[in-house]
Design a protein around this ligand. Structure first.
Ligand SMILES: Cc1cc2nc3c(=O)[nH]c(=O)nc-3n(C[C@H](O)[C@H](O)[C@H](O)COP(=O)(O)OP(=O)(O)OC[C@H]3O[C@@H](n4cnc5c(N)ncnc54)[C@H](O)[C@@H]3O)c2cc1C
Length: 394
């Protein structure tokens, strides 16, 4: 009998969608925080713990859980592990994989395994933790996780700069990343997205006319002022139209809230939208932006882009009128082209959200037959009867 593991079903690729005749195994109520150890600097949790709850619990011990998907208030640690979730802080702290030390797993035949080490170092075995992270519930069910914690960071502060065009915004990003002042968040919004957010939420305070916007934040415990000064200088060097320097927590939160309005604002443009999740090497970002603009002209539909530019991970969004069959069809074609463009530029069709059911079309193109074959052999080693989340991911 097929088994579909589920967290809180916030996944954006259909990985947790039920299948006909399957058992849905919902881990939501395995939600105990079993230990927070300030000496070993780890937390041990069950998979149903909601990410923000863990972050708040470790903060009480002066510690920090770095992974921060925008869904942190609703998604679970188990879901984050199964999708190797990213977020806005990855440019400094990496993705969920970088915080997972050890896992307890239930295999498809019912065996319970522990893999990984509590210590940061440990090379006795193959990296099965790495295999399971991002496997979207197809290899094993995660029933416990040992997660690395960091010392609490400093206050978040930074710069929101607008530019006449995306090229100058990307030049600023390049300068910031090449320097010693590593940001904790580095986000880009192009003119379509800035305009959409300005129209969607007038209180967001975003200027409608800007060609692009960069948000560069630091959470350094020491030297934060120098970081902010470096971001401001980079923006001015590349012709910023306006540079807003913020250290007031409420106003920094306001900027992050405006950034989070990206997808709903794009959806509101024409009634519906399809959201991409591509990543390319940083050197290919200018080309990517150009290709997306050409795709928008070809589709005759607005495509806004932006996102985690410091990771090369952009979320292009095509907006369309759901009542118009022609727009629906053209939007779908543009959405599918996002992945092909990213792959052609040496990147990936999905940086964060995963394959699930939604992006099965790109697996063969991106990975090729040999890798797909190897992945299926790994799947067969974990789950010979193929009962865990069948038909997804590969
Ligand atoms: C508003 C919003 C913002 C988002 N922002 C981000 C973001 O910034 N970054 C990002 O990466 N994603 C983001 N997401 C996507 C989503 O939140 C993540 O993929 C998240 O990790 C899914 O967690 P979940 O608990 O909802 O898992 P589910 O959606 O329930 O499941 C996701 C996958 O994990 C598997 N799974 C779940 N639990 C287990 C388990 N214990 N063992 C084995 N497999 C399991 C499921 O089978 C499925 O394949 C966002 C989603 C929304 C709605």
């Amino acid at each position: 009998v097929p088994v579909v593991p589920q967290g809180t079903r916030t996944g954006l690729a259909g990985g947790a969608a039920a299948l006909d005749g399957a058992l849905v195994l919902c881990l939501e109520r395995m939600d105990a925080i079993l230990a927070i150890d300030p000496v070993d600097r780890v937390a041990v949790v069950q998979p149903g713990v909601v990410t923000a709850r863990l972050a708040a619990a470790v903060a009480e011990h002066g510690l920090f859980y770095a992974p921060d998907p925008a869904s942190a208030e609703t998604s679970t640690i188990g879901g984050n592990i199964a999708t190797n979730a990213g977020g806005m802080r990855c440019v400094k702290y990496g993705v969920t994989r970088d915080a997972v030390r050890a896992l307890e797993l239930v295999l498809a035949d019912g065996r319970v395994l522990r893999t990984g080490t509590v210590t940061a170092k440990g090379v006795a075995g193959l990296d099965l933790v790495g295999l399971v992270v991002g496997s979207e519930g197809t290899l094993a069910v995660v029933t416990e996780a040992t997660l690395a914690l960091l010392p609490a960071p400093g206050p978040t502060r930074g710069v929101c700069a607008t530019f006449p065009d995306v090229a100058s915004a990307l030049a600023t990003v390049r300068d910031i990343l090449a320097g010693p002042h590593t940001p904790s968040t580095l986000e880009l919004l192009d003119s379509v997205v800035v305009g959409a957010i300005a129209a969607y939420d007038e209180d967001a305070g975003l200027p409608r006319g800007a060609g692009a916007l960069v948000l560069a934040l630091t959470d350094a415990a020491t030297g934060g002022e120098q970081d902010v000064a470096a971001y401001e200088a980079a923006a001015r060097r590349h012709g910023a139209l306006a540079v807003q320097v913020e250290d007031d927590p409420a106003r920094v939160d306001g900027l992050l809230r405006a950034r989070r309005a990206y997808q709903p604002a794009m959806k509101a443009l024409r009634g519906d939208s399809l959201n991409g999740d591509i990543a390319v090497p940083l050197s290919r970002l200018p080309e990517l932006v150009g290709r997306l603009r050409a795709l928008s002209d070809e589709a005759g539909l607005p495509i806004g882009t932006g996102g985690h530019v410091g990771d090369g991970n952009l979320h292009p969004v095509v907006a369309f009128d759901p009542a118009d069959a022609g727009e629906r069809r053209r939007a779908r074609a543009a959405y599918e082209a996002f992945g092909r463009i990213a792959i052609a530029l040496g990147g990936t069709a999905t940086g964060e959200h995963g394959i699930g059911l939604e992006r099965l079309d790109v697996v063969a193109t991106e990975l090729g037959a040999d890798l797909v074959g190897l992945q299926r052999a790994v799947k067969a080693a974990f789950d010979p009867a193929g009962i865990l989340n069948p038909g997804k991911k590969y």
